[in-house]
Design a protein around this ligand. Structure first.
Ligand code: UD1
Length: 423
């Protein structure tokens, strides 16, 4: 199993190019299931989850081609989609496989997707996805670990009035894709407003879908009978950008992030500014971050977009360990998302946790040791901690980080980090 060996204490300096957003690329790939025509996606990140989604589409006889090596574009053609099944072997490695449910049932009137089950950061049910599809006329059964959604006579879903009890990103995306081909009009209320949802809506509109209210909490979809092919560029990854902002900030370095979308990072930029980090928007797609001589503590609460992303909480904890004073970090989205805290504590961080709140007291001098990554963003936070720790940090189970970060060790090495992959 791959590990990262990091020698801490080096300032990062230079320019990094931000990759396409994994969480926008995955629903975009699933959306290609909605049309027999060719969908070309640009700015695809080189991460493991994209490989898994490719395998999932191939399992359904969808053609997925990457014209270049390394692949940054994908050409997807689902002329005929067969099987309409997402098997457990693929779903268990990537929960986002559930994103195939909406488009499959929307186009074929039938889908069978393995239940994703729990994951390290919490129970993460899909009840809201299923309830919404039921309201649109799908008959749902769960048996033998699979969800089966079926429209009578394999016909079309019908429009519905969906009010999400809780904001769900992939739930909103699933319903949006299903509604694009449904008969009649669908209202989605309390919809997620994440930039990745907006990117998907824009792709669907380019494919011929009729969607109003894009970027707001109320989406209105007029179903159409067919969608067509298109070419679409995936938005930059705001979580990768946020992670590198933290890397620049805590190493006291100076980094330029190219090809990013500062407008998607407002909450993170505001919070880092509060801790004393200097960030300048040099161009509409370029940020420069300079670490402060002294970081100061600031409290943070995770929220749905446009609030502070739960996917940046672990990385922010690395900042808090280096900031002067007590930072209270409140996690409101997932119930079990502080697993990085105990590993950071083993490196010398002063963190106490009570329920959904972590109190981090700093600055704490960190020292390198062996730590275990428990999930994607937790592993990123441990790499960040390793960058400031004295001595060597060995981060185990980096397959988690490979799921969502494109060659992070190469990118960090290119700006002066001492990090290498070992087996
Ligand atoms: C997506 C992101 C993930 C991010 C999360 C929150 C992708 C592929 N993944 O995950 O990186 O951390 O949004 O921003 O885009 N819930 C239910 N029932 C449901 C669905 C969700 O109770 O049917 C709950 C979840 O348990 C959680 C909350 O709603 O507490 C938000 O989850 P959700 O937005 O659905 O997360 P994902 O879409 O899985």
């Amino acid at each position: 199993m791959d590990k990262f060996l990091i020698e801490g204490g080096h300032r990062l300096e230079g320019t990094l190019r931000i990759s396409g957003a994994k969480n926008a690329a995955l629903p975009a790939m699933a959306a290609a299931l909605l049309t027999p025509e060719t969908v070309r996606l640009k700015n695809i990140p080189r991460v493991r989850d994209i490989v898994t989604m490719t395998q999932l589409l191939a399992h359904m006889d969808v053609r997925v081609e990457a014209p270049e090596v390394p692949p940054t574009d994908l050409i997807i053609e689902g002329r005929k989609v067969s099987g309409a099944e997402a098997p457990y072997e693929l779903v268990r490695t990537m929960r986002a496989s559930i994103l195939t449910l909406g488009p499959l049932v929307g186009r074929l009137g039938y889908a069978r997707v393995s239940l994703p089950g729990g994951c390290a950061i919490g129970a993460r049910p899909i009840d809201l996805h299923l309830k919404a599809l039921e309201q649109m006329g799908a008959h749902i059964t769960t048996e033998h670990g699979y969800v089966e959604a079926r429209v009578a006579g394999k016909g079309r879903l019908r429009g519905g009035h969906i009010v999400f009890e809780k904001i769900t990103v992939t739930g909103t995306e699933n319903v949006l894709m299903a509604a694009a081909l449904a008969e009649g009009e669908t209202w989605i209320e309390n919809a997620a407003r994440e930039p990745e949802v907006t990117d998907l809506a824009e792709l669907l509109i380019q494919m011929g879908a009729k969607i109003e209210g894009v970027g707001t909490a109320t989406l209105r979809v007029h179903g159409v009978s067919a969608l067509h092919g298109t070419t679409h560029t995936i938005i930059p990854d705001r979580i990768e950008a946020g992670t590198f902002l933290v890397a620049g900030a805590i190493t006291g370095g100076e980094l330029v992030l190219d090809g990013c979308a500062p407008q998607h990072l407002s909450a993170v930029l505001a919070k880092l500014a509060e801790t004393g980090v200097e960030i300048h928007e040099e161009a509409p797609d370029r940020l420069r971050v300079r670490g402060a001589r002294k970081l100061v503590a600031a409290d943070v609460t995770t929220e749905e977009y446009p609030g502070f992303a739960t996917d940046m909480q672990a990385q922010y904890m690395a900042v808090a360990t280096q900031a002067d004073g007590a930072s209270v970090i409140t996690e409101t989205i997932f119930e079990n998302r502080f697993m990085h805290a105990s590993e950071m504590a083993r490196m010398g961080a002063n963190i106490s946790i009570e329920g959904r709140q972590a109190v981090v007291r700093g600055p704490a001098p960190l020292t390198g040791t062996s730590v275990i990554a428990s999930d994607l963003r937790a592993s990123a936070s441990l790499v960040l901690a390793g960058l400031v720790a004295r001595g060597e940090t060995l981060v185990d189970r980096v397959y988690h980080i490979d799921r969502g970060y494109a060659r992070i060790e190469e990118k960090l090495s290119s700006v002066g980090a001492r990090i290498r992959r070992v087996r």
